[in-house]
Design a protein around this ligand. Structure first.
Ligand code: SF4
Length: 369
């Protein structure tokens, strides 16, 4: 039954969520549209405490390296890319990347989150040599190449996603970030990006899970999608995680919802405003509850700011993300929040939790590090 009957009140739906039951699409829709924010917060916080009884909130010190801005996809929510042949297109040299990694290590970082555009000309060896050099030189955690980039490489090299991932893993890849997920429903996706549909993104992730990699899942809201599409997105992730867990792999280790940043993007002329913090926090809480088969949820302080980011720790988030020593993609679209490791630790302690540094795959680092 998808319609709420008289017997199915909002209170009963909230009670079923508290029992960790999975609701129907329409029932979740009723919850997100009708529940009090405090009820969502309370339920998400209870689940978060159940899943993390030690009161720890994790964070990571790493560096986002955007190795190229050249991209053959044309996403109208993106302020970062330059089309192939554009005079402002760049590819970082290995030496430039090594220098960035050394700066990251100097401030106590554990790895790099390397992402870029879909470059049409870089050979596979460019990626594999870079990974193996980084691993050999520095022994750091390599959290690199979103499913969109894996898709781009598979098109460019005529390989399947799984074949691409196996080559990258053999070269040193440790885990895959969930960039490019946005909303995985093609009805909105077709209006926003030209490459990598929802199925292709999910297939790349499923291939990564098959290979045994840990990955993160994301959702970008506020770029013109409907509530139904947000719920469909969560369902697609939940189902993929269900399949992965059944096969004995860890799959998605975290879910990270963030908000669309409109500045300097083509679609920003139509959608110039950011999502209100209240709406973000409601969806953060709903995501925690919906995706109760994913162990961690990260609040995106980078897009909503630290003031609202810290509130997210009471709306289901048990991770506050990265210090973001360098970030070029969403900062170009107007998210210019910055934080040091000390600031993140102070926020975590200030909200009553215990800070703990982790790696990109959510493995906690020894206390002394
Ligand atoms: S969002 Fe990613 S895939 Fe889309 S244009 Fe920007 S860099 Fe390219």
């Amino acid at each position: 039954m998808s319609m709420m009957t008289e017997a199915t009140t909002l209170t009963e739906l909230l009670e079923r969520i508290a029992r960790r039951e999975h609701l129907s699409h329409d029932e979740w829709k009723t919850v997100i549209t009708e529940a009090e924010t405090e009820d969502l917060r309370r339920l998400a916080d209870a689940l978060r405490r159940e899943l993390n009884p030690d009161g720890v909130v994790t964070y990571v010190v790493d560096r986002n390296i955007n190795y190229t801005n050249v991209c053959f996809s044309v996403c109208n929510f993106c302020a970062f890319y330059r089309k192939p042949g554009h005079e402002e297109g760049y590819v970082l040299s290995y030496d430039e990347i090594y220098a960035k990694v050394e700066e990251m290590i100097a401030v106590g970082g554990s790895g790099v989150l390397m992402q870029g555009g879909l470059h049409p000309d870089l050979p596979l060896e460019w990626y594999t040599t870079l990974l193996s050099e980084l691993k050999q030189r520095y022994g750091i955690h390599l959290h690199c190449f979103s499913p969109t980039e894996i898709y781009g490489m598979s098109k460019t090299f005529g390989l399947t996603s799984e074949e691409v991932i196996r080559e990258l893993v053999a070269a040193g890849l440790d885990s895959i970030p969930g960039g490019g997920g946005e909303i995985l429903v093609d009805e909105i996706r077709r209006k926003r990006r030209t490459e990598c549909n929802g199925q292709e993104w999910l297939e790349a992730m499923e291939a990564a899970h098959r290979v045994g990699l840990k990955t993160t899942a994301t959702m970008m809201i506020g770029y013109g999608e409907t509530i139904d599409q947000r719920i469909q997105h969560l369902e697609l992730l939940r189902q993929l995680q269900e399949r992965t867990l059944t096969s004995g792999q860890p799959g998605f280790v975290s879910f990270i919802p963030w908000t669309f940043q409109p500045d300097n993007t083509p679609i920003g002329k139509v959608i110039p405003t950011r999502l209100p913090a209240e709406e973000y926090l409601r969806w953060l809480a709903l995501s925690r509850l919906y995706l109760n088969n994913i162990p961690n949820v990260q609040v995106s302080w980078l897009t909503v700011g630290l003031a609202d980011g810290r509130r997210g720790l009471h709306f289901g988030a048990n991770d506050i993300g990265s210090t973001m020593i360098e970030e070029n993609v969403i900062s170009k679209a107007g998210a210019n929040h910055k934080a040091t490791e000390e600031m993140l630790r102070d926020v975590i302690i200030g909200e009553g939790f215990i800070p703990r540094k982790r790696k990109a795959d959510y493995t906690r680092l020894p206390l002394a590090s």
